[in-house]
Design a protein around this ligand. Structure first.
Ligand code: LLP
Length: 427
């Protein structure tokens, strides 16, 4: 459930009309509903209330400080994948014991920062990373809390670019090597084995892959226990899908939790979950204005002022996002169109061959489900400043990231003669 709805034929985010925000802020902009974020988090928390757990919102989904702040104030911990994300969660006051550090490529500097902040655990993805963490923890005179991320080789049945739990993916430690690496890790002087981690992919729309993966890792947990390696945390990652298209509904957090908890009966583990999309995805929209309507041969293009640099998901994954007029008019015809951005690539589209109300030039459109993996994946391609971000709370809204300016974009560049240069060493 979200708090974007038509009222008197205008889309409201909570109690604020999107066209009103557009007048003040300009387009394109992302708009997030604080109430929706809180609701999604609390539904997730309640689903797992029966068991010891920690919800670590996956910062990568939407890392705006205002979003993190709302979630932190409502009890979330965080799943981070970089020093940058660590800095963000520090700035919203998140204590180390509510942070898990994931990712295949943690640098020395990032590991040191995470040790300094005292994160709850490192989700370790390779033997080399394990040894690196051991060395750095030794240098800092501490023991690093570690979970090994296991790749269970389970097909999550999602888009190949966002599937992570198959053995051909770069993620995790192969299931069959896991036991050996746990045995090695136990002998490392600056490693404290605290958990096991597993994340098989994103936008999963069925439960069976989660359950299959869980069964596999629980077998491992039991084997480890028999060997005297008694783990405290089981991190099951994120991945629960959301409805992008109203015609199909992925399982609700409640069903997801029941399916997992059934398998976990008899295990004394604190569960960690890393939801991202299910918290933020439908808590945000991208508002854009139609610049032009153009007919090419037998195709009609609706050209918007947002582009693939603002929302990459359709270009990257052929992803579906609902598109609605911000101001609805009844009786308007529908027509088959492509909704596209201004960027010089044919992959720059939001919808292809989609039946939509006949839009007019100058009209505002809301691109739905843009709260996760929207702004965070945006860029400056074609020297386009990144969009503004707005958050609504009841009948008020605030700009939580101002629109980038051309100065922001160009500030760090310099002409050759004005920049720092070095002579080519003699060879
Ligand atoms: N934990 C780990 C280790 C992850 O890699 C991810 C997402 C999550 C948690 C959160 O997953 P979620 O609950 O959001 O599905 N850009 C893509 C999604 C990439 C997901 C990457 N990892 C998209 O727009 O669909």
């Amino acid at each position: 459930m979200d708090h974007f709805h038509y009222l008197d034929d205008r889309i409201y985010c909570e109690e604020v009309a999107l066209d009103q925000i557009a007048e003040a802020v300009g387009t394109p902009f992302f708009c997030y509903s604080e109430k929706t974020l809180c609701h999604h988090l609390s539904v997730f928390q309640q689903a797992f209330a029966k068991t010891a757990h920690l919800i670590c919102y996956s910062v990568k989904a939407n890392s705006n400080l205002a979003v993190l702040d709302v979630l932190a104030r409502n009890g979330a911990g965080f799943d981070i994948v970089s020093g940058g994300e660590l800095e963000r969660v520090r700035r919203v006051g998140c204590p180390g014991n509510k942070i898990v550090f994931s990712g295949v490529g943690k640098t020395r500097e990032e590991i040191r920062q995470a040790l300094d902040h005292g994160v709850l655990m490192f989700n370790v993805e390779s033997r080399s990373e394990l040894y690196r963490i051991d060395t750095l923890a030794g240098e800092s005179g501490v023991k690093a809390p570690v979970a090994l991320r296991i790749n269970p080789d389970v097909d999550p049945k999602t888009h190949p670019h966002i599937s992570t739990g198959l053995k051909r993916n770069k993620f995790g430690i192969p299931y069959h090597n896991a036991l050996d690496l746990y045995r090695d890790a136990r002998r490392l002087p600056h490693i404290q084995l605290v958990g096991l981690d597993c994340h098989i992919g994103s936008q999963l729309t069925i439960l069976s892959p989660f359950v299959d993966a869980l069964k596999r890792v629980l077998t491992l947990v039991s084997t480890l226990k028999r060997e005297g390696i008694d783990l405290q945390y089981l991190d099951l990652g994120g991945g629960l899908g959301i409805p992008y298209d109203q015609s199909h509904a992925p399982p609700l957090p409640d069903h997801y939790a029941s399916a997992l908890l059934k398998e976990l009966e008899g295990f004394d583990l604190t569960l960690i979950l890393e939801p991202g999309r299910v918290i933020a995805g439908n808590a945000g929209v991208l508002v854009t204005r139609v610049e032009y309507i153009k007919d090419n041969e037998d195709k009609r293009f609706v050209i918007t002022d947002a582009g693939m640099n603002d929302l990459m998901r359709p270009a990257l994954y052929d992803a579906y996002h609902g598109i609605q007029p911000v101001v609805r008019r009844f009786g308007r015809e529908e027509e088959m169109v492509d909704v596209v951005g201004p960027i010089c690539e044919s992959g720059d589209f939001f919808a292809r061959d989609r039946l939509l109300p006949a839009f007019a030039e100058g009209e505002l459109l809301a691109i739905r489900s843009a709260g996760a993996y929207g702004f965070v994946m945006s860029g400056n391609y074609n020297t386009r400043p990144r969009a503004a971000e707005v958050m609504v709370r009841g009948n008020r809204y605030a700009i939580i990231r101002r629109r980038e300016t051309l100065d922001d974009l160009l500030r760090s560049e310099s002409l050759f003669d004005k920049g720092q240069s070095w002579p080519q060493p003699d060879v």
